[in-house]
Ligand binder design. Structure first.
Ligand code: ZN
Ligand code: MN
Ligand code: MN
Length: 282
């Protein structure tokens, strides 16, 4: 049986995310453990952590996934932002441990006016620093990105290079975002295209490193570098694309997290149903 779920809100209290995920029929889900648009955060109380873990266990949903906030930039050439970013990453790894969340997804950031090589070097250093200061078994997942201007992580080779530099295989994996890979220029809509893309991922990062998939259709066309998610099947990747994607063994067997919109056309529940339908309903 495939595991599919959505990104859910923690509004009110982190443990309420579990209720929300259950309510819409998830068997895996993702959260931001805090406001993703600021640097400030509240510590997690023991009561809330216990409640989160109790509800999680009772629900049977697995795994829960945490996503890094947006402001940290691991690739930044600016020393003050770099320092804050490493700290934020270490704190978030600690929060995962407190909540019993095995995976933390992170974007790879922007090298701004420095070179991409410099950005990759900074990112790898930042990751090592954070992993050293948060000693636990949480696995950090580097997300494929849309290859927008000055970004690191738009090519599978970028991800692979960071992983080689970090050289800490049991604590670093990958999150494959279908929308991001597609707008970065990787074909997913035909059997040959998908096979070629996945072979390229295997030859660089390695398919075994994919621990979570972000399943998103795309508003932007292939290669557009436009990071705008669409309902499954209603975007540029389309239903046919997703039925191929959902039958690929390196995708189908992973936790599938939707980061799709909720609007008058469809909500999370509808996208989960669509994924189950295209995956073959098992
Ligand atoms: Zn992300
Ligand atoms: Mn994503
Ligand atoms: Mn995105």
């Amino acid at each position: 049986m495939i595991r599919v779920g959505a990104h859910v809100s923690i509004a009110g209290s982190i443990d309420l995310a579990v209720d929300r995920a259950e309510e819409i029929g998830c068997n895996t889900f993702q959260i931001f453990s805090r406001n993703p648009r600021g640097w400030r955060f509240k510590e997690i109380s023991e009561e809330v952590a216990e409640e989160f873990k109790r509800k999680l266990q009772r629900s049977g949903m697995n795994p829960p996934v945490d996503h890094m906030p947006y402001l940290p930039n691991l690739a930044t050439p600016k020393d003050d932002v770099y320092k804050k970013s490493v700290e934020a990453l270490a704190v978030e790894l600690d929060r995962c441990e407190i909540l019993g969340i095995p995976y933390l997804v992170t974007h790879l950031g922007s090298h701004l006016d420095a070179s991409k090589e410099e950005g990759i070097k900074r990112t790898a250093e930042a990751i090592v620093e954070a992993l050293l200061s948060s000693e636990n078994e949480i696995v950090l997942l580097l997300e494929t990105t849309s290859n927008s201007k000055n970004s690191v992580g738009g090519s599978f080779e970028d991800l692979a290079e960071i992983m080689r530099r970090v050289d800490w295989d049991d604590r670093v994996g990958a999150c494959f975002d279908t929308c991001h890979a597609f707008v970065a220029g990787y074909e997913l809509r035909s059997e040959e295209g998908l096979e070629e893309t996945m072979a390229e991922f295997d030859g660089t990062v390695g398919l075994d490193r994919i621990k979570v998939v972000h399943l998103n259709d795309s508003k932007g066309p292939i290669g557009s570098k436009l990071d705008r998610h669409e309902h499954i099947g209603l975007g540029e990747i389309g239903e046919e694309g997703f039925s191929l994607i959902l039958h690929h063994p390196a995708i189908r067997t992973r936790p599938l997290i939707l980061e799709t919109p909720s609007d008058e056309r469809r909500g999370d529940r509808g996208n989960i149903a669509k994924v189950r339908e295209l995956a073959g309903g098992d």
